[in-house]
Design a binder for this molecule. Structure first.
Ligand code: SF4
Ligand code: SF4
Length: 128
């Protein structure tokens, strides 16, 4: 199993060189393609599914892909952070495309970006 970063949703955290997903990964497995302004999981086989990267992404761009042996090919979990409540609503999609949602209380940590492109909006909500 491993996480997957949706390139359509990842906005590179507005030009940050060390966006939250990079800083939260204890194995330094996520890197950022600066030219494309996208993060991606470089060392897929080393990911141990601890998921702090998922929890801190302000764009909900990181999905958790379940093992085909465990859940069937294409099964995945997509997080929807409930701001201000330390809660993630997980959207589960099975191999047939059936969707279910469930909530799990989770300690969420707002993180500042190291740097941003000048003039861009600030995407982090520090109230959580
Ligand atoms: S935290 Fe999310 S939006 Fe920011 S660089 Fe990582 S995956 Fe992309
Ligand atoms: S799930 Fe854990 S080990 Fe895998 S990329 Fe995210 S933070 Fe790193």
């Amino acid at each position: 199993m491993a996480i997957w970063i949706d390139p359509e949703k990842c906005n590179g955290c507005y030009g940050a060189l060390q966006p939250p997903c990079l800083r939260m990964c204890p194995g330094d497995l996520i890197v950022k393609d600066v030219a494309a302004n996208k993060a991606y999981l470089k060392y897929v086989n080393d990911c141990w599914d601890c998921l702090p990267c998922v929890k801190v992404c302000p764009e909900e761009a990181i999905e958790f892909h379940l093992s085909p042996q465990f859940a069937g090919k294409g099964a995945r979990l997509i997080p929807h952070v409930v701001k201000g409540k330390d809660l993630i609503e997980w959207e589960s999609i099975d191999v047939f495309g059936k969707r279910e949602t469930f909530e799990i209380r989770t300690k969420l940590i707002a993180m500042a970006l190291d740097e941003k492109l000048e003039g861009e909006p600030q995407p982090i909500d520090f109230s959580i």
